[in-house]
Ligand binder design. Structure first.
Ligand SMILES: N[C@@H](CCC(=O)N[C@@H](CS)C(=O)NCC(=O)O)C(=O)O
Length: 228
C-alpha cells in the first residue's frame, strides 16, 4: 500500500480528505492518530510537528504531505481518480480554491473555536472569541445562502474540493451554531452534500466516536443512527 492517511475518524478536517479519497475511489490505508495517547501523539509530531491532522504519507514517492487542500491537490496530480477535485479550467480552479479556503477559514475554524471553548476549564473561557466565532458563522451562512441560490455544488455544476471542505464544515457548524431562518439554501445544499455515498461513509465511520464530541447532546437524532 503506497498511500497512508494519518487521521482520526471524528476530526472534521480528516473528513474533508476522506471524502476526496472516497469520491475518487483512491486506495489508501488509514492510520489512526490518538492525540490523547502519548506514543501516538509523539509519532505523529515526528511526522508533522504542527500536529494537525490529517497527514498523507506516500511511500512510493517518499513524500509526507500535510494540510488538507495540499493533500487533495497532491492526490489529484499524482493519483487522479474517477473524479477530479480541482477542475482543469484555470478560472474554475481558482473558484474551487477560493471556496475551499472560505469553508476552511470562515466555517470550520470558527466552528473549532466554539467546540474548543467548551473544552476549556470554567476559569479560562473566552466569551469575546466565542462571540466573534458566532458572528463569523452568521456572516458565512449569509454568503453561502446567496451563493447557493443558483448553484448545485459550491462552485457550480461539478462536485469539487470546495464541496469536500463544505461537508464537514457545515456538518459540525450546523450543530454548534444552527443555520437558522433565512438560510434555507444552506440547509438544502447541506442535504445534497450528506446524501452522497462518500459523505455517508465518513459519517458511518465517525459515528462510533460521536460520544467524544463536546456538543454530542446537540447532534440531531438522525445522525446518531446507522443509515442516517
Ligand atoms: N489547516 C489544517 C487544519 C487541520 C486541523 O485543524 N486539524 C484538527 C483536527 S480537525 C487537528 O488536528 N487538531 C488537533 C490539535 O489542534 O491539537 C488543514 O487543513 O489540514
Amino acid at each position: 500500500m503506497t498511500l497512508t492517511l494519518y487521521q482520526h475518524p471524528l476530526a472534521s478536517f480528516c473528513h474533508k480528505v476522506l471524502i476526496a479519497l472516497y469520491e475518487s475511489g483512491t486506495v489508501f490505508e488509514p492510520s489512526l492518530v490518538d492525540l490523547a495517547d502519548p506514543d501516538s501523539s509523539a509519532a505523529f509530531l515526528d511526522l508533522w510537528p504542527v500536529g494537525k491532522m490529517p497527514v498523507l504519507h506516500d511511500a512510493a514517492r517518499g513524500a509526507t504531505v500535510p494540510e488538507t487542500s495540499i493533500i487533495i491537490e497532491y492526490l489529484d496530480q499524482h493519483y487522479p481518480g474517477r473524479l477530479r477535485m480541482i477542475p482543469k479550467d484555470p478560472e474554475e480552479a481558482l473558484q474551487t480554491r477560493l471556496w475551499d479556503r472560505f469553508y476552511d477559514l470562515y466555517v470550520s475554524v470558527p466552528m473549532q473555536t466554539i467546540v474548543g471553548d467548551r473544552l476549556r476549564p470554567a476559569d479560562a473561557k473566552d466569551p469575546h472569541g466565542l462571540n466573534a466565532a458566532r458572528a463569523t458563522l452568521d456572516m458565512a451562512y449569509g454568503m453561502i445562502a446567496r451563493q447557493m441560490e443558483s448553484r448545485e455544488w459550491a462552485t457550480g455544476t461539478h462536485f469539487t474540493m470546495a464541496d469536500c471542505s463544505a461537508t464537514p464544515a457545515l456538518f459540525y457548524a450546523g450543530i454548534v451554531h444552527p443555520f437558522g431562518v433565512g438560510h434555507e439554501t444552506v440547509a438544502a445544499y447541506f442535504e445534497r452534500l450528506i446524501a452522497r455515498p462518500a459523505a455517508r461513509r465518513v459519517l458511518d465511520e465517525a459515528r462510533p466516536y460521536f460520544d467524544m464530541f463536546p456538543f454530542r447532546e446537540a447532534m440531531p437524532e438522525r445522525f446518531l443512527k446507522e443509515d442516517a
